[in-house]
Design a protein around this ligand. Structure first.
Ligand code: ATP
Length: 223
């Protein structure tokens, strides 16, 4: 049978230009994502989506209660995060079961949010993008938000009231700054005030707009 190239339908929307935004804890992912959103980019925050799935009566809660029992839910029907954290910390099988429930649902909810988001291109904010392995192929560019480790520690201590060792323990569970920079196509250095971010965001926003327009043109020629 002869094929006539890609078709577009509700279940097969045209490809959209997508950027994966990542960075270590406290590097400024949310701060930078907000600046892109203010310029019209569609921002999909995977952390927020993941939290929503395990919030009171979130979409993942029935499957989690089935798998782990009602003791892992709080009285208002949310995931008991402290209890689950303690379990998966000591039991890799439990971690795998938790991830098998959450990851496909996060993927699905993320794709649905991206479809609804509009905007000329999409920025997926994914804290563990490099670590997860499956995100790289879903985005055209990886944008790392970078800052010195001492700045990360100071920001998170100030924001969350954590001790330095606690912040460093979280950082130790994430990829190193060097590895993240190696994997990134684009980098925004966030080691000064907000004013220093603006020209960097402007430049990349214009670049992503151009690339999104190029992708749209290529797609329309193929249809
Ligand atoms: P997390 O990984 O915890 O989600 P994040 O990477 O999204 O963090 P933000 O929440 O954007 O980082 O920033 C961490 C903290 O540092 C916030 O309190 C934020 O207001 C502050 N911050 C970020 N960038 C700057 C900056 N350039 N100047 C001053 N404060 C900043």
């Amino acid at each position: 049978m002869e094929t006539t190239g890609p078709t577009v339908s509700a279940s097969h929307p045209p490809p959209r230009y997508a950027v994966g935004l990542t960075g270590g804890i406290g590097c400024g992912k949310t701060t930078v994502a907000d600046l892109f959103a203010a310029r019209g980019a569609a921002v999909v925050d995977t952390d927020r989506i993941a939290h929503g799935l395990t919030a009171p009566h979130g979409a993942a809660m029935p499957a989690l209660i089935d798998a782990f029992g009602p003791d892992y839910a709080t009285p208002d029907g949310a995931l008991d995060r402290a209890r689950m954290r303690a379990l998966v910390f000591s039991d890799p099988h439990a971690r795998a079961r938790l991830e098998a429930i959450l990851h496909p649902r996060i993927r699905e909810a993320t794709a649905a949010a991206a479809l609804l988001a509009g905007g000329p291109y999409t920025i997926f904010a994914v804290p563990l993008l490099i670590e997860s392995g499956t995100w790289r192929e879903r985005v055209a560019r990886v944008l790392a938000i970078d800052c010195p480790e001492a700045t990360q520690v100071a920001r998170v201590m100030a924001r969350n009231g954590l001790a330095e060792e606690q912040v460093r323990a979280i950082m130790a569970a994430q990829v190193s700054r060097a590895r993240r920079l190696e994997e990134a196509d684009d980098v925004i250095l966030n080691d000064a005030g907000i004013d220093a971010l603006l020209p960097q965001v402007e430049r990349l926003h214009r670049f992503y707009l151009d690339e999104a327009a190029r992708l749209a043109e290529q797609t329309s020629k193929r249809l």
